[in-house]
Design a binder for this molecule. Structure first.
Ligand code: BYC
Length: 317
C-alpha cells in the first residue's frame, strides 16, 4: 500500500463518519472534520447571509432622520442596530470555517459574494419602512426558523438568537402598515402602494423555484437547508395573505387563489428575469449600496486600527 492509498482510505473513513453524523442529525462543530465542499458551501451561504444583514441596514437607515415620531425613531434605531448585530454573529460563525472577516468584506465589495436581492430596492417613504419590516423580516423569519436546525452548529446557534429578535422586527413593520392602512385615504394608499412594490421582490428572497436551484442538492444532502425554497415561500405567502386581509390591504397578485385541495394559496408568476438582473448587480440600488459600504468601511478604518492597537497592547502586558 502506498501513501496515496493510505490517505485516500483515511479520507474515505472520515467522509463516511461525517455523512453518518449528518444523517443522524448530529451537529457539526468547527473542530470536526468536514469535506471541503461542505465548508465552501457554508462559507458562501453564511457570508452572503451576513452581508445581507449589514447591507440591509442601509435602506432602513435612510429613514432614521425622518421617522414620524420619537417612538418610531427609537424603534427603528433599535431594529437597525439589531441587524448590525446579526451581521456580526454571522461573520463570527463564518470565521470558524477558516475565512477572515477581511476576505469576506473584499468578496462583498468586489461583487464576488452576493447579498439578498431585496436590499437593492429603494425605500421611498415611511410606508416602505413598514413594508420592509412586515414582508422582508417576515420572509427572513420563515427562512431562519427553518435554518435553526441547520447542520453546522455555529450557524444554527446564530439563527436561534437572530430569530428571537426578528419577530420583534416583523411586528414593528406590521404595526406601521396597520396604522397607515386605517389612517387618512392618502396614508392607506401609501401602505397599499408599498405592498404593491415590495410583494414580488419579497417572494424572490426565497431563491429560484426548486427545479432551478443549483445549490439545493448539496444543501439537502448535508442538511444545511431543511426545507426547499418553494416550501418556505409557500409558508410565507399563506401566512402573509391572512395578515393583509386583517388590515384591509390587497396582495397585488390577480392569480392568488385559495386551493382547497392543497390547502394553500396558488400564486402568479414571479419575474425571474428581474431577480437575475438584481442579484447580478443590475438592480435599482446595487451600485449605491456597495459604494456606500466602501465609503463607510474606509472611513471606519481608524476604529479597526485602534481596536487592533488595543489588542496588541493588552496582549503584550
Ligand atoms: N438574493 O441554488 P439557490 C436579512 C442566489 S434577510 C440574492 O437556491 P441557495 C434581513 C444564490 O446565492 C436575507 N441571491 O441557492 C432581513 C445562488 O447564487 P450563488 C438574508 C440569491 O443558497 C431584514 C443562486 O441564486 N437571508 O438578512 O441554496 C432586515 C441560486 O440559488 C437569492 C439569507 O441569506 C436572493 N434572495 O438558496 C435586514 C438566508 N436567492 O451563491 C436583514 C440564508 C438565491 O451560487 N440563505 N440567490 O452565486 C439561504 O437560505 C439560501 O442561501 C437562499 C438561496 C434561500 C437565499
Amino acid at each position: 500500500m502506498n501513501d496515496t492509498t493510505t490517505i485516500n482510505a483515511k479520507e474515505e473513513a472520515l467522509l463516511a463518519r461525517f455523512e453518518e453524523k449528518v444523517q443522524n442529525g448530529d451537529a457539526i462543530e468547527p473542530r470536526d472534520w468536514m469535506p471541503e465542499k461542505y465548508r465552501k458551501h457554508l462559507i458562501r451561504q453564511i457570508s452572503q447571509h451576513a452581508h445581507s444583514e449589514v447591507i440591509g441596514m442601509q435602506p432602513e437607515g435612510n429613514w432614521v432622520t425622518r421617522a414620524p415620531s420619537l417612538r418610531a425613531k427609537q424603534i427603528l434605531l433599535a431594529k437597525i442596530q439589531d441587524e448590525g448585530g446579526h451581521g456580526l454573529y454571522l461573520y463570527s460563525a463564518c470565521e470558524t470555517l477558516g475565512i477572515s472577516r477581511e476576505e469576506m468584506i473584499e468578496q462583498l465589495q468586489s461583487g464576488k459574494a452576493k447579498y439578498s436581492n431585496i436590499f437593492n430596492y429603494q425605500t421611498l417613504n415611511w410606508a416602505d419602512i413598514g413594508a420592509v419590516g412586515w414582508l422582508v423580516d417576515g420572509a427572513a423569519i420563515v427562512n431562519q426558523v427553518s435554518l435553526q436546525r441547520t447542520s453546522y452548529a455555529p450557524y444554527s446557534r446564530a439563527m436561534v438568537r437572530i430569530c428571537k429578535e426578528e419577530s420583534f422586527h416583523q411586528r414593528q413593520g406590521y404595526e406601521i402598515m396597520a396604522e397607515m392602512a386605517k389612517g387618512t385615504p392618502e396614508q392607506s394608499e401609501m401602505a397599499q402602494d408599498a405592498l404593491n412594490r415590495w410583494w414580488w421582490p419579497s417572494l424572490m428572497m426565497f431563491g429560484p423555484h426548486d427545479g432551478d436551484s443549483p445549490r439545493s442538492a448539496d444543501a439537502f444532502r448535508w442538511k444545511i437547508k431543511r426545507q426547499t425554497n418553494d416550501e418556505l415561500r409557500q409558508k410565507f405567502i399563506d401566512k402573509t395573505v391572512q395578515q393583509a386581509e386583517v388590515i384591509g390591504l390587497t396582495i397585488p397578485d390577480p392569480d392568488l387563489k385559495w386551493n382547497e385541495e392543497k390547502q394553500c394559496y396558488d400564486y402568479g408568476k414571479i419575474n425571474w428575469e428581474e431577480f437575475n438582473q438584481v442579484i447580478n448587480g443590475n438592480g435599482p440600488c446595487n451600485k449605491q449600496r456597495i459604494d456606500h459600504h466602501k465609503r463607510v468601511h474606509t472611513e471606519g478604518a481608524w476604529v479597526r486600527e485602534a481596536a487592533e492597537a488595543y489588542r496588541l497592547k493588552t496582549q503584550n502586558n
